[in-house]
Design a protein around this ligand. Sequence first.
Ligand code: PXP
Length: 241
Amino acid sequence: MTMPLRLGVNIDHVATIRNARGGNHPCPIRAAHVAAAAGADGITAHLREDRRHMTDADIARLVQEIDLPLNLEMAATDEMLAIALKCRPHAACIVPERRAERTTEGGLDAAGQQGMLKPLVERLRDAGIRVSLFVAPEARQIEAAAQLGVPVIELHTGPYAHSGGAAAELGHLRKAAAMAKQLGLEVHAGHGLSFANVGPVAAIPELSELNIGHFLIGEALFSGLDAAVRAMRARMDAARA
Ligand code: PXP
């Protein structure tokens, strides 16, 4: 039997629009409720060091007010560790972060930063937070993640998405997912996924979760968030069937 594929809806860009005018509208917490009602399995939010979209208060409210598990995307810094330990999200996904980037551009260098990541991963794990590492679909990164003892990795689908769904990039994702599963890791994927490119990724049998944000929030302008989430879910389910 194929594993069910969860959909984590990333609501960062609801906050981007809110922050354009500095008020409370549109409210990312409301978006999380709408996504939940439309069939999302989890909510993902990235608290960036520059707070360009989500705020500390948003994260605290998401943990308290949303019934779905919250996946907090965070940089590997002491500040973010302290926030995660205080808020206790269900999961924390460690992502690389550079202030000048428009979005998360590359995967985490788990192989090159094992020493720095180890204590952080341990503190999160000891607090009962499910840790994942956002990595490129490369063997050395997956091996490093397994050595660090995290339960989950999230494969970076950006290069696949930006290549227009190139077969070679899809091949890297397939191979990486199979390898990670073999090593006992739970495998998620995300970045740049849309109606047009989600199918082949959703069909990778080792994947158990996709995290999708920017496209869904953009699409919500035209169809509404409820319809956008439902349509994404339907595409994922069709790819798995
Ligand atoms: N997964 C991770 C680790 C991310 O950093 C992001 C972007 O915040 C996403 C998934 C979602 O990417 P997108 O907004 O392009 O769907």
